[in-house]
Write a protein that binds this ligand. Structure first.
Ligand SMILES: [Zn+2]
Length: 301
């Protein structure tokens, strides 16, 4: 039986399957996000509460576990952050959507891409930095996956040897890496000249390389500009409110003295990651068509 046959006999069985896989991957992501920046092993020790007691398997069921416990640890009643089930549910929904909306190859590539993006998003929120192994490693992974699955760049050339599609896909991926990092690198330099302080980290420049590797140059462009717009629209009211609260408490003066510990600093990485995922999942065809129209209008190609 092939996939289509199984699908027709048991409708939605793969949807349910990939939702569950996503929930488990999300659970693993929580471990990675929490432990890797601290330099801890992701394998040992097994899941344990902040009080040190091991967590029973039935309390550790993705998404449902948190709700069954009412958000409190069974051992000591400590509150468990809502972020754990949130990351699990987010990953589950992303996996489900990727599976439901794409061919299997593109869906699998998207799952690996979303794993890296969700990891980088929450690590950046927690630590205001992006580890090189995730950004550079993600770029290499994206390039290799592009070679193995030309489908993700729509680079399959019909009636030609597979090698031709591999080369076409590799070029699109490489172009995504170079164009994405190039643009963001220059924005970073210009930003430093204008604002006289670091506007974005090197990690962001490397992260866009990973997005470009998976999404091509169109996806990288969308992540940079779309991500900035969505980020600005969301963050301006939040930062404004925070500023007001800090002013009331008289903490702003101290924050200005210590830029390293600025409570108003916002990481840019999550918005890039969000833009990249949004492109991959929802607007790829639309944006590609737009860029094709622009280049046609300006250069006649
Ligand atoms: Zn406990």
């Amino acid at each position: 039986m092939d996939i289509a046959e199984i699908n027709s006999q048991f409708p939605a069985i793969f949807d349910v399957f990939f939702f569950c896989v996503g929930a488990c991957v999300g659970s693993f992501l929580n471990v990675c996000i929490y432990r890797i920046p601290k330099g801890e092993s992701i394998m040992r020790p097994p899941s344990h509460c902040a009080c040190g007691k091991p967590i029973k398997w039935f309390d550790n069921i993705p998404i449902a576990g948190w709700f069954l416990l009412g958000g409190k640890a069974r051992c000591c009643g400590r509150r468990i952050s809502f972020r754990y089930p949130f990351v699990e549910l987010l990953t589950a929904l992303v996996f489900l959507a990727l599976w439901a909306m794409n061919t299997p190859y593109v869906a699998f590539a998207g799952m690996m891409f979303s794993f890296i993006m969700i990891f980088c998003t929450f690590v950046d929120i927690d630590n205001m930095m992006l580890p090189d192994f995730a950004t550079i490693g993600g770029t290499v992974a994206g390039f290799l996956i592009s070679l193995m699955m030309p489908q993700i760049h729509g680079a399959v050339i019909p009636d030609a040897p597979f090698a031709a599609s591999v080369i076409a896909s590799g070029i699109k991926s490489a172009l995504g890496i170079v164009v994405g990092t190039g643009i963001l690198y220059w924005i970073r330099i210009l930003g430093e000249c204008v604002f006289k302080k670091e506007a974005m980290g090197e990690g962001d420049v490397l992260l866009i390389g990973c997005i470009g590797a998976f999404c091509g140059w169109q996806g990288a462009m969308f992540a940079i500009f779309g991500g900035s717009i969505i980020g600005a629209l969301t963050m301006i009211p939040i930062v404004a409110t925070k500023r007001l609260v800090l002013k009331k408490r008289g903490k702003k003066a101290r924050a200005d003295l210590d830029p390293e510990n600025d409570p108003l600093a916002i990481p840019f990485g999550p918005w890039l990651a969000f833009g990249g995922m949004f492109y991959f999942m929802f607007v790829k065809d639309l944006i590609d068509m737009y860029f094709a129209g622009v280049s046609n209008a300006f250069f006649g190609i």
